[in-house]
Design a protein around this ligand. Structure first.
Ligand code: ADP
Ligand code: MG
Length: 303
């Protein structure tokens, strides 16, 4: 059982709409759920994992509703974001307790600990673990019952580069084995490195989906805004507006800057110095004014 489907799903909490009419299908391999904080990623993952009911719409695994469906839970493993763990237990005890909840025993717990390479520290108390070790033990307990679907909420948060690489390798292996692996992140580079397929959510809405090339393209093809200061803003504005890579330009006399909106980012960045030089204008500063990931995301949603 490997195909997760979200069909016109909304979920609200009081009058907060966390997820707003989202539809998507997630199949075998590694998928990244990308979006800024508050986008609705955790809410989506919790609905896919059976922790939360959708307010409207349906969440299914191979056509079976997930909410309150015990038969389905055995196919799903979820690694939640929250840190609450039993610090007074050892790693082995923690994973064993989870195995028992699934009617399994020490053998399965041991196998799961080996999968995440935590056997060496399994007899230490969780309280003594690093963030990365905690993450791996959570992962082991999500894996004890060999689920075909693995959901991870912000699994790379707080990991150092080495731990990140190890976890990426592990998730890649699981995806290659034909499992459905979905992880959330607010960092494009992280998602890009690992996910064959990316789903982007922003402010509760589905913004884009595709491979990383497509998502990159969507992000770099959007209009870019620059603040430019030069020795002659008016002359520069006149020269720039003649080129089709410039979408809009404003001479801000109060601030003494030009606000330029460029459609073709690559062309504009080579055009600007060439135009300045041709007109004998000196460029004093050129700075992007909206490079935050949030603004990129909001552009995707508006598109
Ligand atoms: P993300 O994981 O992408 O940061 P969340 O799914 O946690 O986003 O949250 C989406 C929105 O729903 C946020 O505005 C958040 O404050 C709100 N929200 C999430 N869970 C609850 C809850 N249990 N009660 C009230 N509001 C919630
Ligand atoms: Mg979250």
């Amino acid at each position: 059982m490997t195909t997760l489907r979200i069909d016109n799903v909304s979920r609200w909490f009081g009058n907060v709409v966390a997820v707003n009419d989202i539809s998507m299908t997630v199949g075998p391999g590694v998928t990244g759920l990308l979006g800024p904080n508050g986008a609705g990623k955790s809410t989506l993952i919790n609905m896919m994992g059976g922790f939360l009911a959708p307010s409207t719409g349906s969440v299914t695994l191979d056509g079976q509703p997930i909410w309150r469906n015990e038969q389905i839970y055995r196919h799903i493993g979820i690694v939640p974001e929250r840190e609450a763990m039993y610090d007074f237990l050892t790693g082995a005890e923690f994973v064993r307790a989870n195995a028992e909840l699934h009617g399994l025993g020490a053998k399965e717990a041991q196998h799961a600990l080996a999968t995440v390479e935590m056997e060496y520290a399994q007899d230490r108390k969780i309280a003594t673990y690093s963030k990365g070790m905690r993450q791996r033990v959570k992962m082991a307990s999500a894996l004890v019952h060999e689920p075909s679907v693995l959901l991870l909420d912000e699994p790379f948060n707080g990991m150092d580069p080495r731990q990140r690489m190890q976890l990426m390798d592990l998730l890649r292996t699981m995806g290659a084995e034909g499992r459905t692996v979905l992880f959330s992140s607010h960092i494009l580079e992280e998602v890009e490195q690992l996910a064959a397929h990316i789903e982007v959510v922003v402010a509760g809405r589905h913004a884009a989906s595709g491979d990383f090339r497509k998502i990159r393209r969507l992000m770099t093809d959007r209009p870019h805004r620059y603040l430019v200061r030069s020795s002659d803003d008016r002359a520069l504005a006149a020269a720039l507006i003649a080129d089709p890579s410039t979408a809009g330009i404003e001479v801000d006399v109060h601030e003494g800057v030009l606000r330029v909106q460029a459609v073709d980012f690559g062309r504009f960045t080579s055009l600007l110095p060439a135009v300045a030089q041709a007109h004998g204008i000196r460029l004093l500063t050129v700075s992007p004014s909206d490079e935050s990931l949030e603004s990129v995301f909001s552009y995707l949603v508006a598109a």
